[in-house]
Write a protein that binds this ligand. Structure first.
Ligand code: ATP
Ligand code: MG
Length: 143
């Protein structure tokens, strides 16, 4: 399987990886973020937003509002968090994931809580906690 692995030893390094990934995203792209509580999903989304061309200072966890939108020219970045969802697939359909993808790129925290609704192809980034300040990030393409 084709995957890219990054080992980071600080939030700043994770942020930099996010910037790199964000620069490659465009409208229609979906990035699923996997990893436990405090892995760094929101932290890397800040870098992703900056690389994408959005204002990264606005990025915060959309846990309670489900979706944040960060303007970036004519293709916004959408930031979703499925953590509190009872039925993630249904909710993704209800909020119109397809419509978001038609307009911009979508980053989804706790994407493992959804199933069939996640788009194909998509990017999947798994963040593993390997120490207090270290993380292993594995990026792969899901066809
Ligand atoms: N190398 C690293 N990369 C990313 N975050 C790190 C790193 N080292 C330490 N951290 C810390 O880990 C925490 C990551 O928090 P963050 O909110 O981004 O996690 P999360 O995966 O979004 O959690 P949640 O599931 O609650 O949404 C931050 O407090 C950050 O400072
Ligand atoms: Mg988070």
């Amino acid at each position: 399987m084709n995957e890219t692995i990054y080992n980071t030893t600080s939030v700043d390094e994770t942020y930099a990886v996010g910037r790199e990934i964000g620069a490659t995203l465009g409208a229609g792209d979906c990035l699923a973020l996997l990893g436990t509580l405090g892995a760094g999903k929101t932290a890397i989304t800040r870098g992703i937003a900056e690389g994408y061309g959005a204002d990264a200072s606005n990025v915060s966890s959309p846990t309670y509002v489900l979706c944040h939108q960060y303007p970036a020219g004519d293709r916004p970045l959408y930031h979703l968090d499925l953590y509190r969802m009872v039925s993630a697939d249904e909710e993704l359909e209800d909020i119109g994931l397809e419509d978001f993808l038609a307009e911009g790129a979508v980053v989804i925290e706790w994407a493992n809580l959804a199933g069939a609704t996640l788009p194909h192809p998509r990017w999947e980034l798994t963040i593993d906690i390997t120490g207090e300040n270290s993380r292993t990030l594995t990026l792969k393409r899901i066809e």
